[in-house]
Write a protein that binds this ligand. Structure first.
Ligand SMILES: *[C@@H]1O[C@H](CO)[C@@H](O)[C@H](O)[C@H]1NC(C)=O
Length: 441
């Protein structure tokens, strides 16, 4: 059943694209319409309802291809909307995957209530009295996540009351929905906004806010009032915004000069227009692979039968866990694993990085180590695999090699032959004197 309806929908999209080849880069999106349930007496209960909804995205109002296509049967016709997106934030291919692909863009639509904000850096936007006629309309906020998992868009749309023809008034795009950074490197969290220049709100100014969240904990990273060109007092050290880019291109990307362990977490980019707010939340993970050191290094010369205690320490890595193991490469060039070793508990350093070690008890008599080779500690980590090696030298022969055994057999044979020969010449030359008295007895 579901397969059939998917095929049906896909062929609809295909047909729609075929007829209107020029507009098929803007997608037809299937989303969830989520709103709070109205309780008895009109209050909100806190519970939500979810309904399937279909959004026809188009670049301009003259493109009426959307209305001509029929809706899938499982979607309430009242929940089918047309959204005009002149900035084409939603027309990126990440929201329009090729037909038949398993991954679909994610999206959610919510009713939105325009209201002034009391935040210090937003307050100036709604100081001037504004005719509320423009605000009296149907407003939605929607969030979209592309199939490449790096692109996220958030929109505020407006439709004249009672119609289903929405226009994007404010859109926010991020291309770093899940960012990764090495420790100490600069990192940019991407966030750009577009405000409809035809909207009376867009000339009244804007504000940008970056907030950090981690396990329920939050803090303001940076806030900028674009109308008065003022930065809020609390700005996190090393966090910057390119003010020129914000004003000229709506590029509100946040740059952290030096990634630290405590920077890992969720960042919320919020852009305010008077009465409106759009937000995109992105993840930053600071990842640093471990540095390895082996003790003792260099290793002392080992004699067969000796047990060596060798320690490998992984330090300066983040996040947990790390997997440590040992490898041995003999004189024959073959590498074999000595298996996982017992791990110590982890410790955390002042900068938030971790260290952990492993100890190898190397019994030189039990393992066929030959004359030695290269001993390697291998650390497998999210940030990459790291290796450190030491040279192991075993003196004397713990167990002879095949060549050695063959040589010994050869030497033994030669010696045996020599003795045999010597005894033969000796017995034959001295037989007269030695054998005769024996026979006489
Ligand atoms: C915004 O600016 C940052 C640098 O500050 C840059 O890395 C990013 O690509 C820009 N974004 C866009 C959409 O141009």
């Amino acid at each position: 059943m579901t397969d059939f309806s998917t095929i049906y929908k896909l062929s609809l999209v295909a047909l729609w694209c075929f007829i209107h080849a020029s507009s098929c880069s803007c997608p037809l999106l299937e989303c969830w319409f989520v709103q709070e349930k109205k309780g008895r007496g009109g209050g909100l209960t806190g519970a939500t309802t979810q309904e399937k909804t279909l959004l026809h995205i188009r670049k301009d109002e003259h493109d009426d291809s959307a209305e001509s296509s029929r809706a899938p049967s499982d979607i309430n016709p009242d929940r089918i909307y047309v959204i005009t997106d002149p900035a084409e934030a939603l027309c990126h291919r990440s929201f329009n995957p090729p037909r038949g692909s398993i991954k679909k863009p994610q999206c959610e639509v919510n009713p939105f209530l325009p209201q002034p904000s009391s935040l210090a850096w937003v307050h100036s936007l709604t100081e001037k009295a504004f005719s509320p006629v423009y605000l009296q309309a149907d407003w939605f906020s929607a969030s979209f996540q592309g199939v490449d998992e790096q692109r996220g868009v958030s929109t505020i749309t407006r439709a004249p009351s009672g119609t289903k023809q929405h226009s994007v008034i404010l859109s926010l795009t991020s291309r770093t929905m899940s960012a990764q950074a090495r420790l100490g490197e600069p990192v940019t969290l991407d966030c750009s906004f577009w405000a409809d220049p035809l909207s009376p709100l867009s000339e009244m100014g804007f504000a940008v806010e970056w907030r950090y969240k981690f396990r329920g904990d939050g803090r303001l990273v940076l806030a900028y009032d674009g109308k008065t060109d003022r930065l809020a007092d609390t700005v996190e050290e090393g966090a910057t915004l390119d003010f020129e880019a914000v004003h000229q291109r709506g590029n509100a990307s946040l740059t952290l000069q030096e990634a630290k362990v405590r920077h890992s977490g969720t960042y919320i980019c919020s852009v305010y227009l008077p009465y409106l707010l759009a937000q995109v939340a992105m993840e930053l993970e600071v990842v640093e692979p471990p540095s390895l050191s082996i003790h003792p290094s260099p290793l002392p010369l080992a004699v067969p039968g000796q047990v060596l205690n060798i320690q490998c320490e992984a330090s300066g890595f983040v996040p947990l866990p790390v997997d440590l193991s040992w490898e041995f490469k003999g004189a024959d060039g073959k590498t074999r694993s000595l298996g996982p070793a017992s791990m110590s508990g982890h410790r955390q350093a002042w900068d938030g990085t971790f260290s952990q070690s492993t100890r190898l008890q190397l019994d030189t008599s039990k393992l066929d180590l030959g004359r030695g080779g290269e001993l390697t500690c291998v650390a497998a980590h999210r940030g990459g695999t790291r290796r450190a090696s030491v040279t192991l030298s075993v003196i004397g022969f713990s167990s002879p090699s095949i060549e050695d055994s063959m040589a010994m057999v050869g030497v033994a044979l030669v010696l045996y032959g020599l003795i045999k020969f010597a005894s033969w010449t000796f017995t034959s030359s001295g037989s007269d004197e030695t054998t005769k008295p024996d026979k006489d007895k």
